[in-house]
Write a protein that binds this ligand. Structure first.
Ligand code: 1PZ
Length: 201
């Protein structure tokens, strides 16, 4: 049951971001984000684009490594500002913004899934979430490749079975993730906006 591990990790992060005066340790954040890696094992049985997996894993691992040098997300971003490399490809801050979008995409997906029953719903939900969160930031070639990958996603029931999920366990944990991840991504939006970095790049 992958959904429980994901939901619990984000609930813990939400407690940190919702406690005034607490900063988010980079390691806690990257650990929570790496909970999604297990999804890729199952997605490999379809034609899901491997470049999406590589992109996400590389960025999360980059933050895991950064945690050795900078204890909190806030300090990590400050160091990139000082080094004048916030928007540079591969910078921790740039990777953080991409990861934030991934978390938002997964949230929209969960919201749509919680709202529908059809067996096609995983494809529909992923497509809706991708279009809403990522498509405005991706060029045509990536959008085409992603659309092909999404078309090859397995039906929801098959995927749930591979994860040992029932409709009930999935719904409970998806709802927790929706609530907890909203706190986390709000925190990240504020982190970027409070430092005048913008969130639309
Ligand atoms: C059931 C789960 C289905 C997940 C479907 C995911 C569809 C999204 C696929 C996105 C492919 C993006 C390919 C790479 C794009 C890069 O150019 C950009 C910019 O990178 P930079 O120039 O800053 O290094 N990368 C991104 O926008 C981040 C893409 C992350 C994709 C994560 C997908 C899976 C997330 C799952 C876990 C949360």
């Amino acid at each position: 049951m992958a959904s429980k591990g994901i939901a619990d990790a984000f609930k813990e992060l939400a407690v940190i971001v919702n406690t005034p005066g607490l900063d988010v340790p980079v390691k806690n954040f990257s650990d929570a984000c790496s909970r999604f890696f297990v999804l890729f094992k199952v997605l490999k049985t379809g034609m899901f684009p491997r470049f999406a997996e590589i992109d996400y894993v590389t960025k999360v691992n980059d933050l895991a490594e950064a945690s050795n040098l900078t204890p909190t997300l806030d300090l990590m971003v400050d160091r990139d500002i000082e080094a004048n490399c916030v928007r540079k490809v591969g910078s921790h801050t740039r990777n953080l913004l991409r990861i934030k979008r991934s978390l938002e995409m997964m949230r929209v997906m969960c919201e749509v899934l919680l709202d529908t029953e059809s067996d096609n719903s995983l494809r529909d939900a992923t497509f809706t979430a991708y279009n809403q969160v990522f498509a405005p930031h991706h060029g045509w070639a990536i959008q085409q490749a992603v659309a092909t990958g999404i078309g090859s996603l397995l039906p929801k029931t098959l995927l749930s079975a591979m994860f040992n999920e029932t409709e009930e366990t999935f719904k409970i944990h998806a709802q927790s993730y929706v609530t907890a991840s909203a706190s986390v991504t709000n925190y990240l939006d504020n982190l970027f906006l409070s430092k005048n970095l913008g969130i639309d790049w």
